[in-house]
Every structure is written in C-alpha cells, then in structure tokens.
Design a protein around this ligand. Sequence first.
Ligand code: FMN
Length: 278
Amino acid sequence: MKKEAKIRPFWYSDVWLFPKLITIVTSLDKDGKVNAAPYSHIMQYDVMTKNPRMIIGFRQDSHTFQNICATKEFVVNCPTADYLDDMMETARFYPEGVNELDHTRFTMIPSLHVKPPTIEQCPQIAECVAEEIVRLDKSSGIVIAQIKALVFDEELIEMGREDRIRKMNLPIGLGDEDRQDYFHTTIGGHLSVHQLGEAPGSTRGSEVRLSMAWDADALQSLMTIPPMVRKMVTDQTEEYCKSRGDDKVTKARMDAHAVEQGMTPELMERFQKKKKTA
Ligand SMILES: Cc1cc2nc3c(=O)[nH]c(=O)nc-3n(C[C@H](O)[C@H](O)[C@H](O)COP(=O)(O)O)c2cc1C
C-alpha cells in the first residue's frame, strides 16, 4: 500500500530522500571578507566544454547568496568525509562578516582564477563566476555560474575513477530531521560498478541519421562513440563541416571538431579501449 505524504516546508530535505553532494561554498562580501557555508543544491547545467556551467540553489537571505549577487565570484569546495565536523561548523548561523573557516581545521589558499579562496583540504574544487541569477518568489535564489576552472589535488588528475572515488572519500548528505540532525554517508566504503551495455535487439548506432557523406575512417570513429552521445556528435560534426563548406565529413575534420570540444585524441581512445574489451 502506498500513501501520499504531506509536502511540508523543507520537503526536499526532511521528507523526500535526496542523497546529495556536500560542498562548502567560499565567497567574498563587498568589503572582501571571506564567507563559507555548506551547499548541496548543486548540479551540472551546461555540460559542454564551450561554456561549462553549474546551477546552485540558495536561501535568498544567506550570506553566500548575497555575496554572489554583490561580487559574482565563488568557489565550490568538496570536503572529504574526514572533515564532516568542520563542514557542519561552517553551517552555523554566524553573524555577517565572520569567516566560518576560522572556527574549523580548514585553511585557505589562493584560487587560480577568482578572488574567493580555495579550501586547501578539499580535493575537488570548482572556481565559478555567476552568469545568471534568478530569484524565485518567496523561495530559492538560483545561480547559474560559469565554471572558470575545475581543480583537483594533483595526484587525482590521472587516477582511474575507482581509485579516485576511494581516495576522495566524499561524504553524501542524506538530509536532516527538523533542521537539527544532519545525516551523512560516504562513498568510500561500499562501491558497486554496473556496466551499461547495449539494449537487447538494438543495432549499434542505428539511431544515427547522416545528412551528408562521411568517409570510412570518420564513420568507423563515430561508431566507437557511446550510443547515448552519438547522435549529438553526428549533428555537431556535420554542422561544423558544413560551416566550413565541406560536402563530406573526413576523419581529420572530425578530430579537429572533437579537439575544439575538449575531446582530445587520448580521451577518444579511452572510449575505444572500453569498446574493445566490452
Ligand atoms: C550538508 C548541508 C547542505 C546544505 N545545503 C544547502 C543548500 O543547498 N542551500 C541552502 O540554501 N542551504 C543549505 N544548507 C544550509 C546553509 O549551509 C546554512 O543556512 C548556512 O548557515 C548558510 O550560511 P551563509 O549565510 O554564510 O551562506 C546546507 C547545510 C548543510 C549542513
């Protein structure tokens, strides 16, 4: 038997179970004073490399939202589970102008592209600049922000996903009860991997429609691209070739377009290797 639950204030946190990434956002007020607070209402917005963006939701009277409205720049810092107590310390309602990090073990280092500081102990960081701010009526302030840089502890950059997941040991927020007790878990403990296969009966790449000629190498390369993005790659590559007056997609043009989109030959090779072993 199912029963409808009441949609109460804070339903997203204490009614609906919404496991979420925990971040600490650092920002500066108009006088340059540092502010830090945890935020979990955060997601990718534009996933392409041309204009990568995140979307973040804030209480409109929070210091962080007010700072972002005033100074635009902020840093999203992902703490490891070892720092959950310190993260919670930054959630307390300190008066305006207080740097919450002074009450924690966290230390600050300069960011690469923006003025607000980076938290040294956080292995994964996004430096952002607000591009669009939406004030929902009597509700959240939504910030769509350009990602100026994704920054990691150096050792993580070349690490495979599984090792990186274990090393980072990021906490996951599981919401709160009555705004008092906050529940967390970590992703470092139990980890399962499920492989995404082709759907039964589907022909690889059958969903792709070509609107112009492709040479054999380009076509072969297209078939190594995961099915879920193959149509998008096809459309964008053809548009790119047409804009250059080509009547055929060549492998060289395809590679040039891929590099412009941030898909380097090394990255493409990773997909191809996966396909061979699958
Ligand atoms: C794990 C965690 C996640 C949170 N996520 C959000 C969030 O996404 N949006 C929000 O408005 N408040 C969120 N909060 C509450 C703010 O961190 C809290 O109101 C804080 O005092 C705001 O500080 P500030 O006024 O310095 O920005 C979260 C709190 C915790 C502990």
